[in-house]
Design a protein around this ligand. Sequence first.
Ligand code: XMP
Length: 326
Amino acid sequence: MDPNKRPDDMQRINTPELAQAFIDEQVQAVREQAGDGKVLLALSGGVDSSVVAALLIKAIGKNLICVHVNHGLMRKGESEQVIDVFQNQMDANLVYVDATDRFLNLLDGVDEPEAKRKIIGGEFIRVFEEEARKVGDEVDFLAQGTIYPDILESQDGVKAHHNVGGLPEDLQFELVEPVKLLFKDEVREVGRALGLPEGMVERQPFPGPGLGVRCLGAITRDRLEALREADAIVREEMEAANVGAWQYFAVVPDVRATGVRDGVRAYEWPAIIRAINTVDVMTAEVPELDWALLKRMTDRITHEVPGICRVAYDLTPKPVGTVEWE
Ligand code: XMP
């Protein structure tokens, strides 16, 4: 039997009872595979790695070593939530690496989107590799949040399936991939049954380079901070209004616009609200947001976020635009 093929008769996990049965089965399987060995996991805070972390904590407790790399480009409260959920609530063995300065120093003055993406991706692997080397001698297994669409896509040649990817050859670990036969909705169901917070289980897709590709052009710390705050307001208001859009966030370009604040001339950045609906992300439509909601977000962002005096709503579908600006 091909371990990377989902059996035709495998039931869709769509109830808490089925999720619990899956958890019991996987806890047993992971215990058999890992024994008393130590397992390393890159925990981004995304749905897949979070569910794998929670599952492995249940199975092997402190023998799981989670590494969370904060590249300084996370959304507001995200790294804090990872620490709160996994360290404080689940008592996990969590290594938290604040690499903000490393990333922002490397990105200083770099304005070309692909160059930014390469720097962020490359540095991420280096930081994780350093942490892996620190514990390398004791570790025998590498856990990954591979899910079934990753396997299907790599088989179809759509994209190379690299979850942690790029670890040096001399760091050879056996893989632990407990959710590799599941679809995304099933991973979410399992996450709920494991007691993960709803905000984590229903988390929107977030690019690996994070806010780095939404703080357009050369990133500066003050504009990155303004973006993080504006983005938090967009998410809060869209959630409160229960819009149900597929993905929404803020973007802050590196241009400034004239405004008036407290009777004096202001010269500050604009924030752009981006929201889309999609089925497969190959194409996307822009939802017709309620006018009062748009006005509320504009009012809050321009009053609560230092450095932003203007707000625009991006009406561009994909194609011709992509979802992200960079
Ligand atoms: P685009 O901009 O290509 O985005 O229309 C399509 C979807 O992919 C997400 N995205 C990424 N996800 N790593 C990721 O894991 C990335 O580098 C990346 N770039 C874009 C984007 O947020 C959207 O959901």
